[in-house]
Structure formats: C-alpha cells, structure tokens
Design a protein around this ligand. Structure first.
Ligand SMILES: Nc1ncnc2c1ncn2[C@@H]1O[C@H](COP(=O)(O)OP(=O)(O)OP(=O)(O)O)[C@@H](O)[C@H]1O
Ligand SMILES: [Mg+2]
Length: 358
C-alpha cells in the first residue's frame, strides 16, 4: 500500500467523560483509497468522521493528513469535503450557486469559479439543472449537488456519512455506481460511512468494520466476507450459519461440531486441540444432494425445512438440523423437493467453512 494519506492514531471520543463512543481507533488510509466505515447503529462511525472533519475534538489520539497533524486544526482549514445524509443545500441559492459556494468563500476568481462549477456539474450530470433551486430537485439530484459542492474546491479528503440513506433502493444503487465512477475519475481519498453491508461490499476498496467504538476488522470486501476475523464480522457482513465446535486434531484440521453430532475437516489450521471455535458456513456454500454417500472430506447434514423465502433468482431455505437453525441458499428456481416440512440433505466440505475463535 501507498504511504498513509489519512492516519488515525488511537482516536478516542467520550461525550460524557464516562463511556467512549470511540474507544481507540487506529487506521491508515492510502491516498486515493475509498474506505467504508461499516457497523451497527451507535458503533462510533459518525463520531469518527466528525473528528476527521474537525467538528468534534478527540478526547485522545491524533489525526494526520499527508504527514501533518490535524488534531487541533480548525475545520475550515482542513481542506476536507463533506456530504451528510441530510446536509441541506442552501434553499435560496440555485444549484450553480450552491456548488460555487465553497470557492466564493475561498475568494477564488470569478472565471475560475465558473469553470470549476461547470466541470463539477458535468461530472455529476446536472449541467442542465444549474439554474434550478434545490426545491425543484429529486432526492438523488440533491445529493449529486451536495457531492459536487463537496468536491468543487479539490479537497484532500472526501467524507460521506450515509449520503444515500434517504433514497429508495433503485436510486441508491444508481448513486452507488455514480459515486464509484466519480471516485475513479478524481481519485480523492474517501471515507464512506454506511450501515448497509451490501453498499459497503459494492463500493469499497476496503471495509472497516466498527463495533462498540473499536475496529473489529479492516480489509478488502471479499476478505471480510470470506475470512471474517470474528463471529461479529461474519454475522454482520453477509448471511451466515455459525456452528459451535471443538478442535480435535489440529494438523488434520478436524473440528467436532457437538450439537450437529458430526466432525468436519477444515482447510488450514483451526487452532489448538481442545480449543473452542465457531465455524462459519455461508448459506450459498451448502449444496443440496440426493444421498449421504458423498466422497470424503465432504460431509452431509439432514435438514428439516421450516420455511422458504423466494427471491426469484434464488431460494433461501430456513430449516433445522438436530434442533440447530440452518440457512441454505439454493440458486435458481426452487426445486420441487424443497417445501415446508420436507427433509433435505445438504453437503459441505473444507473449502466451504471458515473458523474463528469462540
Ligand atoms: N453529541 C453527542 N452527545 C452524546 N453522545 C453522543 C453524541 N453523538 C453520538 N453520541 C453517542 O455516541 C455513540 C456513537 O454514536 P455515532 O453517532 O458515532 O454512531 P454511528 O455508528 O454513526 O451510528 P448510526 O449508524 O446510528 O449513525 C452512541 O452511543 C451515541 O449515542
Ligand atoms: Mg452515524
């Protein structure tokens, strides 16, 4: 990775002097990277963003931008562009005046302002609407204006806090593609906050998973999905089955799943013998099979179907095996054998599981 552009070191924020909304965050973000902060409500994402922007003062720790300590620098001197979920546009100004605002505040020459505003409106696809008032725009268009306004002064860093939270699903997906495109065009270092895991998966170079004010894991989307560091991450990102187990034979990768009454083989080192582990199997990794007669190291599991959810392109089967809830995602149209009350056999092998410490 590039040398860090934005560097957070042991950031702590306590609003009340007792509990910590942010409890020691350290992360290096490379120049031009798009990083998402993903985590449940109240996990400290916005608080961290506000400290980067300078709207909240850290209780402890430091923030560096391009090697310069920002911790005590005033917000308007940080050269950071910000878009919030409801970061209202100025209602009495046209679209063009809104976008021009940061440049006028900086006293830029008129010709430069006009050229930059035209360029940014082109970038977000709103040139024809330059003369409109924000009230005459859709939610998606308003967020595009906010994005243009945040980028017009060529900030070193762009911060986006749930910018698409107020939009419907279709528009949100369009805007996700738009923001990716704009990011590729400008390569501005970007921190994107969301609690939508699909959005984080599709948008990010790297996902930083927050939980209770600390980072649970940071990594590329597929690594987070395939090799979550903790059960929390595995459950928060993507659909999951977790089964409790005990390592029986470490070199052979043998793990006993007591409640399923089966022993599986896992790829890689599962831990020390006797160690308690949680075994993750994604629902799409369980495959329907006709018979128990599968080649080792595959194992089968008998499942009673309790209900199904049809997504059109796949079927989610909710069932139980030995009293344990199990989720299976079957691609394509629903096979006739899958119905409530049916007994199914599913198979899985070492490549389908991932082990985390319990
Ligand atoms: N101004 C404030 N004063 C006191 N406590 C606050 C303040 N802002 C946030 N908190 C608390 O700090 C914790 C972290 O809040 P924060 O807004 O950073 O979470 P978040 O991850 O952005 O959540 P969400 O997904 O709901 O936006 C929460 O417990 C919240 O109640
Ligand atoms: Mg928030």
């Amino acid at each position: 990775m590039d040398e860090a552009h934005l560097r957070l070191r042991n950031l702590v924020k306590s609003y009340d002097g007792v509990s910590s909304a942010v409890a020691g965050i350290s992360i290096d973000i490379a120049r031009g990277e798009l990083v998402t902060f993903l985590g449940p409500s109240g996990s400290g994402k916005t608080t961290t963003l506000l400290m980067i922007a300078g709207f909240e003062t850290p209780t402890a720790g430091s923030i560096e931008l391009a090697g310069r300590d920002l911790t005590r620098v005033k917000p308007y001197r940080r050269n950071i562009g910000i878009v919030f979920q409801n970061y209202a546009l100025f209602p009495h100004m046209t679209v063009a005046r809104n976008v021009a605002f940061p440049l006028r505040m900086r006293g830029r020459p008129r010709a430069e302002i006009e050229a930059r505003v035209a360029k940014l409106l082109d970038l977000v696809g709103l040139r024809e609407l330059a003369g409109r008032s924000p009230r005459q725009l859709s939610g998606g268009q308003q967020q595009r204006v906010a994005l243009a306004r945040a980028l017009v002064f060529e900030p070193e860093v762009l911060l986006l806090d749930e910018p698409l939270g107020a939009l419907d699903k279709t528009l949100r997906e369009q805007m996700q593609v738009e923001i990716r495109r704009i990011h590729r065009a400008l390569r501005v270092t970007t921190v994107y906050v969301t609690h939508d895991q699909t959005e984080a998966m599709t948008m990010s170079d790297r996902i930083v998973v927050f939980n209770r004010g600390v980072i649970e894991q940071a990594g590329p989307p597929l690594e987070i999905y395939r090799r979550p560091a903790t059960r929390f991450v595995g459950e928060f990102v993507g659909d999951s089955n977790f089964f409790a187990g005990t390592v029986t034979d470490a070199p052979a990768g043998r793990v006993r799943l007591d409640r399923l009454d089966t022993t599986i083989t896992v790829a890689g080192d599962p831990g020390r013998p006797g160690e308690r582990v949680d075994v993750l199997v994604r629902p799409e990794r369980l495959r329907l099979v006709e018979s128990r007669d599968v080649p080792a190291p595959l194992v089968t599991l008998e499942l009673e179907v309790e209900s199904t959810v049809n997504y059109g392109d796949s079927l989610l089967v909710l069932g139980k095996a030995k009293g344990q809830p199990v989720r299976v995602r079957v691609p394509g149209a629903a096979p006739a054998a899958v119905h409530d009350g049916a007994k199914l056999l599913v198979a899985w092998g070492p490549e389908d599981v991932h082990v985390v410490r319990a």
